[in-house]
Ligand binder design. Sequence first.
Ligand SMILES: C[S@@+](CC[C@H](N)C(=O)[O-])C[C@H]1O[C@@H](n2cnc3c(N)ncnc32)[C@H](O)[C@@H]1O
Length: 263
Amino acid sequence: MPVPRPEGPAPPCRAAAADATRVCRAAPRQPGPPTTPERSPPGDQGADAPGGARSGGGRGHGWGRASRARADADRPWLRAGLAVFAEEVRGLGPVLDVGCGPGAITAHLAGLGVDVSGVDLSPRMVEHARRLHPGLRFAVASATELDLEAGSLGGILGWWSLFNLPRDVLPEVLASFARALVPGGHALIGTHVGEGDLPRTEAYGGVPVTWTTHLWQPEHLGDLIVAAGLEPTAQLQLAPGGPSGRAQVLISARRPPEAVPGR
Ligand SMILES: C[S@@+](CC[C@H](N)C(=O)[O-])C[C@H]1O[C@@H](n2cnc3c(N)ncnc32)[C@H](O)[C@@H]1O
């Protein structure tokens, strides 16, 4: 079945060399991840992120994402993970928040002194992000189509945004993350823990959408991260029973620093 693509303006072109959100590779488009109509991307409904269920205020109108992401930043373990990431990447280079949604985590990192920008597949999300955080940079792009310059980023974030990628697509996306990092640069990936795939047909408010959440076991995701060329540095597992009812995992990894000749 063809994958519906969001409508909206083309991603910005790879023109502004200093801008980590340069993400244009308009043609040919790769097969994208399962995604949703522009009106109701999965992340717009607040149902599919660690704090999803708690953000019931988002039902049917898409505001759950912003409040949910703020809730992430208000959860001590997740906030700690973001604080460590911020400390690690500060000064290494620009940071890209891939699948940034309405930009609350991007803004949280910016508040921690990180030079961060965000990209999201959903033009609507990016619209929200720009309106909510006018001082920050956001662009429309798919994680599968980022055309990031090698060694151009100090850090890259996939904060509950990579579970929509088909399982056979995620390895190449992680490899592109690894290539984009400077030696010693850091990636932070957060996702739901579990077995199998959860097909979705409806979001909060009964809005019809189609997407799949791919659950991951931390060990398997860790193996993919290693295969992509990154060294896992830390792993934080959150027990089931949180707001989403699922276990969660946050994996931090870095691109190995370049070997010093003679050592
Ligand atoms: C659960 S939300 C998380 C948003 C944000 N990271 C946060 O925590 O607030 C998932 C986000 O991933 C985005 N997304 C899904 N597939 C994507 C892709 N292939 N490339 C970029 N973003 C994607 C969705 O549009 C949505 O905004």
